[in-house]
Ligand binder design. Structure first.
Ligand SMILES: *Cc1c(COP(=O)(O)O)cnc(C)c1O
Length: 357
């Protein structure tokens, strides 16, 4: 796969969306696909028109859930296209794959293929503030066989979706979160640290309950004592405690977010003290020292938390407003992503744009 990936052209390009983009509703003209078999390894890498795929009804993913995904974004800045720490996503995919017994992918080759795909689809990258091209690499087990074993055939794909600004026209909007006290998301030794599709399937009942009660996201507690804070829906979580930036330590059941890792580095760089440790729900509810809470993830980047509901109690954080440290980190982080603030970390990866792809 050293050479450029073969492109199968579409006969006709799609209409670009004109209404508001939302999240994950529109898909571009092309996608990247490759297959795995035991004798050939990963092969058939191709960029082809975005279209339905055919798999057998007995494909293992449909029965035993062997599926892993990733999420990242491409930004358009004038004539250039920028990815943000994309190599981290492929490294994480391989850690997820290892846990789900899926064969390793070649992150370096895939990054080259991704650049080629994104360059081909450059006209799909929206240019409005906060808008981006969401990139979804994923892998599924396609072997047609109901026997329970690690599948012998897989399909890896990358699809692209232009997405709107998470907060619409608004400034950062504090969210309301619901602490789940019955279900758990993950336990140590399980698949919580992997971006496994099944983790989301297991989270939906709690998410629905939270929505019905008027909360936007679920805050998960640890799977053993249901006492220590783990993370929020699709975000990691941070607290400002006595001016320190504190986040739950990675323990095997928390998803190691790339935004989490980057915010830790950025906060330290900006002179904040950062702590990774266990944080109990009692500490959160009873501490007079917590001044701000925010979530981090690729989709929302930073999302301030305004209210937390646990059993009968609801507490308000930062007066239900966005705290100053949250705002500072958000401005610096999105500034680096947008190229308006110098990137001292080498996080931005430019995608070469040529007319010939
Ligand atoms: C993807 C994800 C995150 C955030 O990870 P980023 O790399 O920062 O986008 C957090 N929690 C869960 C459960 C996730 O799936």
């Amino acid at each position: 796969m050293k050479n450029a990936v073969e492109v199968i052209q579409r006969e006709q390009l799609k209409e670009k969306p004109t209404e508001s983009l939302g999240f994950g509703q529109h898909f571009t003209d092309y996608m990247f696909v490759m297959d795995y078999s035991v004798d050939k390894g990963w092969h058939n890498a191709v960029i082809q028109p975005y279209q339905n795929i055919e798999i057998s009804p007995s494909a293992q993913v449909l029965h035993y859930g062997q599926a892993v995904f990733e999420g990242m974004k491409a930004y358009r800045q004038g004539e250039s296209i920028v990815l943000f720490r994309p190599e981290e996503n492929f490294k994480r995919m391989n850690r997820s794959n290892a846990r789900l017994n899926i064969p390793e992918v070649d992150g370096e080759c895939l990054l080259e293929a991704l650049k080629q795909l994104v360059a081909l689809e450059k006209d799909w990258i929206p240019e409005g503030e906060g808008e981006s091209l969401y990139i979804r690499p994923f892998v599924i087990a396609t072997e047609p066989h109901l026997g329970v074993h690690a599948a012998l055939e897989y399909k890896f794909m990358i699809i692209l979706s232009p997405v709107g600004a998470y907060y619409g026209d608004e400034q950062l909007m504090p969210t309301r979160i619901y602490v789940e006290d019955e279900y758990v998301r993950a336990v140590r030794g399980g698949v919580g640290f992997a971006k496994a599709a099944g983790n989301y399937a297991a989270s939906l009942a709690a998410q629905t309950r939270a929505s019905e009660l008027g909360y936007q996201q679920v805050l998960w507690l640890d799977g053993v004592e249901q006492r220590y804070i783990e993370e929020v829906g699709s975000m990691n979580i941070f607290f400002v405690i006595d001016g320190k930036v504190v986040t739950p330590e990675l323990n095997g059941s928390i998803l190691p977010g790339i935004t989490r890792k980057s915010i830790i580095q950025l906060a330290e760089h900006l002179g904040y003290e950062v702590e990774e440790r266990r944080i109990s729900i009692e500490e959160v509810l009873d501490s007079e020292h917590i001044s701000e809470i925010f979530g981090t993830g690729t989709a929302a980047v930073l999302s301030p938390v305004g209210f937390i509901k646990y059993k009968e109690r609801e507490i308000k954080i930062s007066g239900g407003q966005t705290g100053s440290i949250t705002q500072h980190l958000y401005d610096q982080y999105t500034g680096i992503q947008a190229g308006t603030i110098p990137d001292p970390f080498g996080w931005r990866v430019e995608v070469p744009v040529t007319d010939k792809v």
